[in-house]
Design a protein around this ligand. Sequence first.
Ligand code: SF4
Length: 246
Amino acid sequence: MKTEQQKLSVQRRDFAKDYQYLRGYELMSAFLKDIMPGELALVSSFGAESAILLHMVSRIAPDTPVIFLETGKLFEQTLSYKEQLIKVFGLSNVQSAYPNGGRLGKHDPKGRLWQQDPDMCCHIRKTLPLQEALQPFSGWITGRKHYQSKLRAMLPAIEDDGDQIKLNPLIDYTPEDIRVYFEQHNLPKHPLFSKGYKSIGCEPCTAKSADNGNVRSGRWQHAPNKTECGIHIEGGKVIRIREDNN
Ligand code: SF4
């Protein structure tokens, strides 16, 4: 049974759906300052396009919790870019979420699970740490965009899974919108972006984008049926996301 406070949260979520027409900075500002202050976290990979939402947060509320999944398999360049953006934007509440050592010892003692079972590897290195890190929050902010995949093309700006709100402020931004935002605000780029990496995740599962029309084409090239980490959660439960490449 939900507590009285959670019931209020549900009412607020109903109210929140009325803001579907907002995008980008306006959507973030409305939720972080007025609708759900102190209840949301931004989940950031500090990847190729992450600087936009981090920049918006820095202007609205730089103490907003930013959850960073430190999978243990990231590029060194991502870790240094994270430190650069924290400094440049003055972010004061970046929280790293790590995989549980016991789970790693049991399921991935040699660190090669990404080769044999990438779904399980993402599950223990990303999904479960994220689920645990998000427990204190009523919702989270993602950087997903329609153009990134067929599955993402159907997403609204505000999702409500009955347990948590998910905000997708950049959902209908185009690659050109992204480029212009970086240019207008003179944002630092990920060091690997200029080398052809348009979507950047863990090192073993990220290659240069093979298809310029599909920025995520460099992800999980060793596992052709996998296009998502499966880090999205509905009703407090992890949902396994699969999408074919046709
Ligand atoms: S992206 Fe690759 S290395 Fe990273 S958690 Fe998933 S399978 Fe493991």
